[in-house]
Design a protein around this ligand. Structure first.
Ligand code: ADP
Ligand code: MG
Length: 322
């Protein structure tokens, strides 16, 4: 990665040759990366990739087998208390005390973090940023999942740490709550260094400047978001729903220049079948498909680009020659 701004050269997070194994199982297998001040980085990978393990080591919740993790230049193993002061962490399972009210809990976190900021003002500011003012006197156990997650984010912000680490912050939320939490993270990114982990590609695309992709404990890509998006959006597969005789239509589609393959999905509705058509790289088959079918009077009642799933994205990115 080339660094452009002066800010980026300030290493807020640095991981070198980090390894964590459980017997013969390598949860994290020799990974290294750096995050500069002010970056929002997405840590993307499927379940079991090693995201939580990396974040738990980086935040001092888990020891590594070997390698180094530094926050703000401070080694988390050598100096855990100092390093932890620089980090706000939202773990996969936020450590909420559900029998406390929101305010009691934030005050409790303030105490255990040994926070020195003006208590009333600081906590009020966090409630405002995370939009939990209206539930401040409610018991945490009675809050919705979305509000609980906000309280989890609020506790991470106590002490105003410059680095914020979120482990799958939108899991289990409904679409409206997901949008709200993403907006909140984006706003935090204006004044903090942020790493968030997720298994959802669109999540990192919408929030992060940079994407680190991890699979089976290894980093397989570390790119600006634009570069990953360019790869992903180069769409070559469509799902087409067409009325008419299946075999003839399949042959018509197959003969269109640039079409590599035509497969039936088995989905059938009245007189229509659904076909998956794959095109050669750089060929836009949408217009020719329309003309061929309309000439024969076979109505096309649906055309949907098929996005890549995470697996396909991985294969694609590994093909980029890394
Ligand atoms: P992710 O957060 O990306 O879903 P994790 O970091 O939780 O992945 O896990 C990475 C791998 O390490 C998984 O295969 C998981 O089963 C394994 N793992 C995690 N914790 C333990 C443990 N305490 N004992 C054995 N294996 C573990
Ligand atoms: Mg995880």
């Amino acid at each position: 990665m080339t660094e452009t701004s002066e800010e980026m050269s300030i290493r807020m997070i640095e991981i070198n040759n980090l390894v964590k194994n459980y017997g013969t199982k390598f949860a994290v297998d020799d990974i290294s990366f750096k995050v500069g001040k002010g970056e929002i980085v997405g840590f993307l990978g499927p379940n079991g990739a090693g995201k939580s393990t990396t974040m738990n080591i980086l935040t001092g919740y888990l020891s590594s087998t070997s390698g180094e993790a530094k926050v703000g230049g401070i080694d988390i193993l050598e100096n855990p208390n100092e390093a932890k002061k620089l980090i706000g962490f939202l773990p996969e399972q936020p450590p909420l005390y559900i029998d406390m009210t929101v305010n009691e809990y934030l005050n409790f976190v303030y105490e255990i973090k040994g926070c020195k900021l003006n208590r009333e003002r600081h906590i009020a500011e966090i409630r405002q940023v995370t939009k939990i003012e209206d539930v401040k006197n409610r018991l945490i156990k009675n809050l919705s999942k979305g509000y609980k997650q906000r309280v989890g984010i609020a506790q991470a912000l106590v002490g105003n740490p410059p680095v914020i680490i979120f482990d799958e912050p939108t899991v289990g939320l409904d679409p409206k709550q997901i949008i709200e939490i993403r907006n909140l993270i984006r706003n935090l990114g204006q004044s903090h260094t942020v790493i968030l982990s997720t298994h959802i590609l669109s999540e990192v695309q919408s929030v992060c400047d940079r994407i680190i992709i991890i699979n089976e404990g290894k980093i397989i890509a570390d790119e600006r978001t634009e570069n990953i998006t360019r790869v992903v959006e180069e769409n070559r597969r469509y799902s087409l729903k067409i009325c008419g005789p299946q075999r003839e239509i399949q042959n018509l589609l197959q003969e269109i220049p640039g079409v590599i393959s035509v497969e039936l999905t088995g989905e059938r509705e009245l007189d229509s079948y659904t076909y998956i058509v794959e095109a050669e790289k750089g060929v836009d088959i949408r217009k020719p498909v329309f003309y061929v079918l309309s000439e024969k009077n076979y109505p096309m009642i649906g055309m949907e680009p098929l996005g890549m799933n995470l697996e396909e994205v991985f294969i694609k990115i590994m093909d980029m020659g890394r």
